[in-house]
Ligand binder design. Sequence first.
Ligand code: CA
Length: 227
Amino acid sequence: MKILIIEDEVKLAEYLRKGLGSAGLASDIANDGLTGLHMALEFDYAAIILDSMLPGLDGLGVLAALRQRKQTPVLMLTALGKVEDRVKGLQSGADDYLVKPFAFSELTARIQVLLRRSSPTNSDTQSNLLCLEGLEMDLGRRRVSRNGQRIDLSSKEFQLLSLFLRRKGEVLSRAEIAEQVWDMNFDSNTNVVEVAIKRLRGKIDTPFSTPLLHTVRGMGYVLEVRS
Ligand code: CA
């Protein structure tokens, strides 16, 4: 199962591929519309991330040509504030859209929704459920609980916890957390990560006997069971 990224900004495309990889999704990159269209027609991708502004054949052109032959789920990336692009994209057969700049966690969450929608047969509930000990996160229903007790999280807290659960046992630096949960041009001088971690702890750890989210001094944070 592979994702196709059609994006002419080389750095952004690489960043997307790296990020999808850390969420367990393999991907290919096409840096222009025509190459992307050929790849999309020739291979069977699970989903396509399609930028709207592309040299040669633009995103809507790719989408129109693709839709004559295939129904691969498409997530379109559009420039900020261009509502008309968004509407056109959806009318032309895009399954979802995301406005640039976007938080990476939102992109992966939406891709996962597309993948689930397109293949109901092989999407068992397991793949939407992240857990550690009694802590459970249902990505599809956007629900979190610990020991069966429902926990209400803000959207950012939810993204933050899903990052930790996907990469449980791995120490994540503040910079990486900031990049994955907030946006790519994050100012590392602010304490937004610490504040969010503190709030998240207050909800998932404080009311319970064993803490799961730990600080690793000088390195970052890790979600794991410690005896
Ligand atoms: Ca572009």
